[in-house]
Design a protein around this ligand. Structure first.
Ligand SMILES: C[S@@+](CC[C@H](N)C(=O)[O-])C[C@H]1O[C@@H](n2cnc3c(N)ncnc32)[C@H](O)[C@@H]1O
Length: 487
């Protein structure tokens, strides 16, 4: 069965994926470029945003990295990383993090399998040395340049940067590989590139003389010769996703599906298993599904897992192959464990259960009474309404309700929801009743609602409008909030 895992791919791979079981791996990990990516709504009044993930594997992680370094089992790789610790300390934590995960990916790849690492010029040269040691120099296949078009600004000290790098390795020298061809743009392009003379037969049909080996030449009609397509080389010109792309889901760093289709078609066949260990909004998973491959997607962010769930359901509807989501809390105890381990991840998880995006108004942590906002369309009403969500993992008290009510007014939210790990106090329950109801176009909803973790797992439902349009509104691509690179 196809699987989506929420969690750090290192643990997920170690706990769930067998040795030599995967046909093709593509990963597009954070690039170490010190950018924060936000997912946010296109909404005039509120800008609901949350750091979808942070690719800041920076010096603050150095202590952890040193500990992790000692778990690297490959001696040459260990020595290489020690060299980088001295020579390139800015990239050292990132390389330790990636090395451990790539070692696991190499373990799970079949002997006929292929591995693609998508990165950018800030780290590709370091990563290639790591890959050479894990996969072996002889198993390096290509450095693919993904070149994308766009308006090139006149920069003061460099050319515009217009490409990513995809490093392609295989586990051994005889991989599964299907050459990949694209259509010729025109007859002129074919003739220019093949340098073949075009002739016409007595019926006016165009043909060329192709080399048949042994000095022989055979007549081939031009349309037939062109039908085989143009095999692609290692420079791929494909458009990037931008705000107006039909594919755009609002997930920062989303890659075009055409790029993943190319990788999958070239290196696998129907029924093969494809794995993406940093799957973001699920471009690999989507391409694998449409090309009838089996798939495994892993991501550390609840937002990513939720976006993928919606993406697949919206795209394939009844045709969707059943899949299972793992790593998401399944009972009260595992949810509490998540809260104790990482309160932000707990908050993200619970909000995404209601198809709500987390918000940070300004700085991370400064939630000012609201942790998430949901948007709902009401039949026959002109505008959607908003519900403000607040998540409390610790103690709950009356002032939390006051803060939520204040934030609802400030952010023009008609409804409010308080999600609590602990049971609310009696005065809090009384306030909820006093606040009363909100009516719109013949529908009535409680203005304020509360739900405990225990009630959530018992299946209690919130009284909210049916048509949640939160994800449909998440349109704009991630914004770079910090342009300063590490390099
Ligand atoms: C560059 S994005 C991938 C984008 C993806 N290719 C797409 O088209 O949507 C990198 C992803 O890696 C995830 N990530 C970061 N560290 C991770 C880890 N240790 N394990 C699993 N996922 C991780 C982030 O949450 C983010 O979604």
């Amino acid at each position: 069965m196809n699987h989506l895992y929420l969690g750090d791919c290192l643990n997920v791979l170690r706990d769930n994926v067998k040795d030599e079981s995967i046909d093709l791996i593509y990963i597009d990990p954070p690039f170490n470029s010190k950018r924060n990516y936000n997912v946010f709504f296109d909404d005039k009044e509120i800008q609901t945003q949350r750091v979808a993930f942070e690719d800041t594997w920076s010096l603050k992680n150095i202590g952890d990295s040193l500990l992790e370094l000692h778990t690297v089992p490959n001696e040459k790789l260990y020595n290489l990383l020690r060299v980088y610790q001295e020579a390139a300390p800015h990239v050292f934590p990132y390389l330790v993090m990636m090395s451990l995960r790539i070692l696991e990916l190499h373990r799970v790849l079949k002997s006929t399998g292929s591995f693609y690492l998508h990165c950018d010029p800030t780290a590709s040269h370091y990563l290639k040395t790591v890959l050479d040691l894990i996969f072996g120099v002889k198993n390096f296949r290509n450095e693919i340049i993904w070149h994308y078009s766009g308006w090139n600004a006149k920069l003061k000290s460099s050319f515009s940067s217009r490409h990513d790098i995809i490093l392609f390795y295989t586990k051994q020298t005889k991989p599964n590989f299907n050459s990949f061809a694209i259509g010729w743009e025109s007859e002129e392009e074919y003739i220019k590139l093949r340098r073949q003379k075009v002739r016409q037969d007595e019926n006016g049909k165009k043909y060329v003389l192709s080399d048949a080996g042994g000095g022989k030449r055979v007549k081939r009609f031009l349309d037939e010769a062109m039908s085989y397509g143009k095999p692609v080389d290692d420079v791929w010109n494909l458009d990037k996703i931008n705000n107006s792309s039909k594919e755009a889901l609002g997930y920062p760093t989303q890659k075009p599906k055409s790029l993943l289709e190319r990788v999958i078609q070239a290196n696998s066949n129907e029924g093969d298993i494809i794995l993406d260990a940093f799957c973001g909004c699920g471009t690999t998973v989507d391409a694998a599904e449409s090309l009838k491959r089996q798939w495994i997607g892993i991501d550390i962010s609840s937002i990513a897992i939720n976006v993928i769930k919606h993406r697949l359901k919206d795209s394939y509807k009844k045709e969707l192959t059943p899949f299972e989501i793992r790593g998401v809390p399944s009972d009260e105890a595992s949810a509490i464990q998540l809260w104790e381990h990482n309160p932000f991840a707990f908050e993200d998880w619970w909000l995404t259960e209601f198809d709500v995006f987390a918000t940070t108004f300004g700085k991370k942590g400064a939630d000012k009474g609201i942790d998430g906002i949901g948007m709902y369309a009401i039949p026959k009403a002109d505008d959607p309404i908003k519900a403000a969500f607040q998540v409390k993992g610790g103690k709950v008290q009356s002032k939390d309700i006051d803060a939520l009510l204040g934030a609802m007014t400030k952010q023009k939210c008609e409804l409010g929801v308080l999600l609590t790990r602990n049971t609310p106090t009696k005065p809090m329950l009384e306030t909820v009743v006093q606040v009363g109801y909100f009516e719109i176009a013949g529908f009535t909803y409680p203005k304020l609602q509360m739900m405990t973790l225990a009630e959530f797992f018992k299946g209690k439902q919130l009284m909210l409008p049916k048509d949640n349009i939160t994800f449909k509104r998440a349109k704009t691509l991630g914004k770079r909030t910090d342009q300063k690179g590490l390099f």
